[in-house]
Design a protein around this ligand. Structure first.
Ligand code: GLA
Length: 407
């Protein structure tokens, strides 16, 4: 599995309405025919929130919604990007001089991250240009990882244009790293599932990849050689519930404020004045224990797994809300409504602080669940009918990134 490359599939474009429409739009935009198409899915995280970058296993699932890009390599060094969504303007640049502006989360910058990541991986300074038309159907800003899907899709587009090969794992590592060009400090979950997902399965993924030298909570556990339950006790013992000031942390570690800022904190956290170390550690170790418990039950007593998953999802939401503090009143309300109308488990998913929730609903209740939740939450709260249309849907495990060639 680790060495496996993304699949290339030959398709009759005429038989796939979305590909056909993209091909026609590409033709009217660039006056030519795409040479190939690439898709990379978004994801929903079922359980295991904010623990991938601490070194722990998570349980994401690729969704059917994806980024699809039609591509034509060209002889010039110009990279031309267009989007089927008129909200996202055209962009063009020299392929040899990629500049990603961290201060502007413009759509094309996510493409550039994947493009630059592959370019740098192979140490290439001169890249061939290409025309690309992007079509995404992952609701943006909803916590379903549309940005990472675009980075991954662009990475695979670039690899395919270069005629090079990389395994799915290598691609995921490169794309996770290159998304940082735009300032995202993710833990690699989104890119891993986008490449490694298999249709119809849910992937339990262990993220043991060491991208930097930050001491993660998982390493603390490994060094101590104790279980997650014991780590929860260690946390109780070692840390106090009141927030820590920067000075207190410095005193404790015997380092200067400058060392704390530059060597321990990330660009996103270096201006924080206080740190809830106890709450964050409790969340991480208990969330990691939930993922592990689910994995064990799947292996040892699979008939109990779904019911347990519902309970673990509910516990996870409480921990995200109270310990990690990444929920918000709207997500809490939505989770309550979902449970009221039959979800066996419901929780915020993705980074949080907005975004979306994921619910585990028995198949025979799905239709009434969707109607009731729509009435109770979306019809009442949404001001935009366009947003409502994409806001609530049932999904199943989607496959990972693919290249399509016209047969
Ligand atoms: C974002 C990051 C992921 C993960 C989640 C929180 O989606 O990109 O790596 O950390 O937040 O679980």
């Amino acid at each position: 599995m680790a060495a496996e490359e993304p699949t290339t599939r030959r398709v009759q474009v005429a038989e796939h309405p979305r590909l056909l429409k993209l091909k026609e739009m590409f033709n009217s935009k660039f006056g030519s025919t795409p040479k190939f198409y690439v898709r990379a899915p978004g994801r929903v995280n079922i359980i295991g929130e904010h623990i991938d970058y601490c070194g722990y296993s998570v349980l994401p699932m690729a969704v059917e919604q994806d980024m699809l890009i039609a591509v034509e390599p060209v002889k010039t060094h110009t990279l031309q990007l267009a989007n089927t969504n008129p909200l996202y303007p055209d962009f063009s640049t020299s392929a040899n001089n990629i500049h990603i502006d961290k201060t502007k989360p413009l759509w094309h910058n996510y493409f550039l991250c994947g493009f630059k990541g592959i370019q740098e991986h192979f140490g290439l300074s001169k890249l061939t240009g290409m025309n690309c038309l992007v079509d995404g159907n992952i609701p943006p800003g909803s916590g379903l990882s549309s940005s990472s899907a675009l980075v991954c899709c662009a990475g695979l587009v670039t690899l395919t244009v270069l005629g090079m090969s990389l395994s799915k794992v290598e691609l995921a590592e490169i794309c996770a790293k290159s998304e940082r060009y735009i300032g995202t400090e993710g833990g690699g979950m989104d890119q891993s599932i986008s490449f490694l997902a298999e249709e119809g399965t849910v992937l339990a993924k262990h993220k043991g990849l060491q991208w930097d030298k930050v001491l993660r909570l998982e390493e603390v556990q490994t060094k101590l050689g104790v279980s997650l339950q014991e780590m929860l006790l260690v946390t109780e013992d070692a840390l106090h519930a009141e927030p820590y000031s920067r000075e207190e942390i410095c005193r404790y570690l015997g380092i200067s404020l400058e060392e704390l800022r530059t060597q321990i904190l990330t660009p996103n956290t270096q201006d924080e004045l206080t740190f809830k170390l106890y709450q964050r550690a409790k969340h991480v170790y208990s969330e990691a224990a939930r993922v592990l418990q689910f994995k064990q039950v799947c292996e040892e007593a699979p008939h109990n797994a779904i019911q347990l998953l519902g309970e673990l999802m509910n516990q996870s939401h409480r921990s995200c809300r109270d310990m990690y503090e990444c929920s918000c009143p709207e997500l809490d309300q939505l989770v309550d409504i979902c449970r009221k109308f039959g979800a066996k488990g419901s929780r915020l998913t993705g980074a949080g602080w907005g975004g979306c929730t994921v619910s585990l609903v028995p198949a025979d209740m799905l239709s009434s669940f969707l109607t009731n939740v729509y009435e109770a939450y979306y019809r009442r709260n949404s001001r935009s009918p366009a947003l409502e249309k994409h806001s609530l849907f049932a999904t199943k495990p989607g496959g990972g990134a693919l290249v399509f060639l016209e047969a």
